[in-house]
Ligand binder design. Structure first.
Ligand SMILES: CC(C)[C@H](C(=O)O)[C@@H](O)C(=O)O
Ligand code: SF4
Length: 455
């Protein structure tokens, strides 16, 4: 009987406790942002406790940051949360990547970028998209506010071990389809809760060919399938990504030797297995109000099967039988921890190079971090967007979640590279259609969705 990747990482972190009951795990990396940290810091303060391992904690500002006029925070709640993080980092001796800082960006973008996200670690954050970091072969999951305080005080966390699910991906990705399409197609097929209670591992030839950025996109959306943890076995692609980054191990050879033990043994049994072939994959878009309400770009919006479908259609302002190209679009948003990395911007820019946005479209391009922003400006990618008529913004969560000035107006449709199309997600009454960066960019040029595989 072999052992899964998940179990191997888990076993190296258990301090105490039996399987089936909560077990105490050591935490190697704790990521913090301004939304879910004020209360835990207050708890520490009241208990006269220190932050146990500032050296294993990374703090950045992301959700509330205005992406146009970064120091001009008008919203009262945003101001409070941001000021609290500034003060807490000062009081608890924690470096902060604050607004304007070189290291600032979306928490799930900066962890990997700084080399803090590494294979075989346990990584937590008070944020549901923490699974992103699992792309490196780490166990990474979102935690609640009281758990954040526990990690701050003890650098440990109580967890009941989830079951494991292996998702084997086979086949060659068709031209201009991406890992975003794979994960969206899987969620469309199996629903938004098939992963509940499971730690997912993606594996197979298709996964091995993917870049780290593409693997992160897939793990990022595991929570949209109900799973708190998504993982990919670390390999040479992973090591090469980590090497040379600010927080990468000094002795990479030793690190690689250690990391290379973390893979699922051939004889290991997942509790559940899924196989998914991408040979005929089409670009995916969502038509409704959860990520499972999705269709391939060459399909029509589906028939109404239950009252959830009816409610989704009512909210989104569409009817069954609508072609993708007939979905009206007003805005496009390229950004979020799902798809705001440099590679995502390159894919989007390829669709816009030398072209101009359709007159009906307002476009916001929001790099996930300042480092990405700088790189895109140096390479000319930013200029492609600007020449096309897009607004090139400063890093933050932006229109992924309407906690800052980037809000899609009520009734307007947005093609978005983010991960959630919930009611009101991008602003009260906003209508979101999720897709890959290439699809969103191409839609901006055409003024409506088009099949990028035919381009
Ligand atoms: C604000 C934060 C707690 C939230 C999350 O947990 O994911 C946000 O990042 C989101 O994407 O909805
Ligand atoms: S970019 Fe969106 S999904 Fe990611 S952490 Fe920010 S709000 Fe959450």
């Amino acid at each position: 009987m072999g052992t899964t990747l998940f179990d191997k990482v888990w076993n190296t972190h258990v301090i105490t406790g039996e399987i089936g009951e909560p077990q105490l795990l050591y935490v190697d990396l704790h990521l913090i942002h301004e939304v879910t940290s004020p209360q835990p810091f207050e708890g520490l303060r009241e208990a006269h406790r220190k932050l146990r391992r500032p050296d294993l904690t990374i703090a950045t500002m992301d959700h509330n940051v205005p992406t146009k006029d970064i120091y001009n925070v008008k919203d009262q709640m945003s101001r409070l949360q941001m000021d609290a993080l500034e003060k807490n980092c000062r009081d608890f001796d924690l470096p902060l990547a604050s607004v304007g800082d070189d290291k600032q960006g979306i928490v799930h973008v900066v962890g990997p970028e700084r080399g803090a996200t590494q294979p075989a670690k346990v990584i937590v954050c008070g944020d549901s998209h923490t699974a992103t970091h699992g792309a490196f072969g780490a166990i990474a999951f979102g935690i609640g506010t009281s758990e954040v305080e526990h990690v701050m005080a003890t650098q440990t966390i109580w967890q009941v071990k989830p079951k494991t699910m292996g998702i084997k991906i086979t086949g060659k990705l068709p031209k201009n389809t991406y890992s975003k399409d794979i994960i969206m197609a899987i969620i469309a097929k199996y629903g938004v809760s098939f992963g509940t209670g499971y730690a997912i591992e993606f594996y197979g030839e298709t996964i091995e060919q993917l870049s780290m950025e593409a693997r992160m996109t897939m793990c990022n959306m595991c929570i949209e399938a109900g799973s708190k943890t998504g993982m990919v076995k670390p390999d040479q692609t992973t090591y090469d990504y980590v090497a040379g980054r600010e927080m990468a191990p000094k002795d990479m050879a030793a690190a690689e030797e250690y990391w290379s033990q973390f893979y699922t043994d051939d004889e290991a049994d997942f509790d559940e297995r899924i196989e998914f072939d991408v040979t005929d994959l089409k670009p995916m878009i969502t038509w409704g109000t959860n990520p499972g309400m999705a269709m391939a770009v060459d399909q029509k919006t589906p028939a109404i099967q239950d009252k959830n479908d009816q409610a989704a259609y009512d909210y989104i302002g569409l009817t069954p039988g609508t072609k993708a190209e007939d979905i009206p679009l007003d805005y496009l948003f390229i950004g979020s921890c799902t798809n705001s990395r440099y590679e995502d911007l390159v894919e989007a820019a390829a669709m816009m190079k030398g072209k101009h946005l359709a007159p009906n479209i307002t476009a916001w391009i929001v790099p996930g971090s300042r480092e990405i922003r700088n790189r895109a400006m140096a390479s000319g990618i930013a200029k492609v967007f600007e020449d096309a008529g897009c607004e090139w913004r400063e890093p933050g969560c932006s229109a992924c979640l309407a906690m800052n000035p980037d809000k899609i107006p009520a009734g307007k449709h947005a093609a978005s590279t983010s991960n959630r199309n919930f009611v009101g997600r991008q602003g009260a009454g906003s209508r979101t259609h999720l897709a890959s960066p290439a699809m969103v960019a191409a839609a901006g040029i055409a003024g409506h969705f088009v099949d990028v595989t035919a381009m």
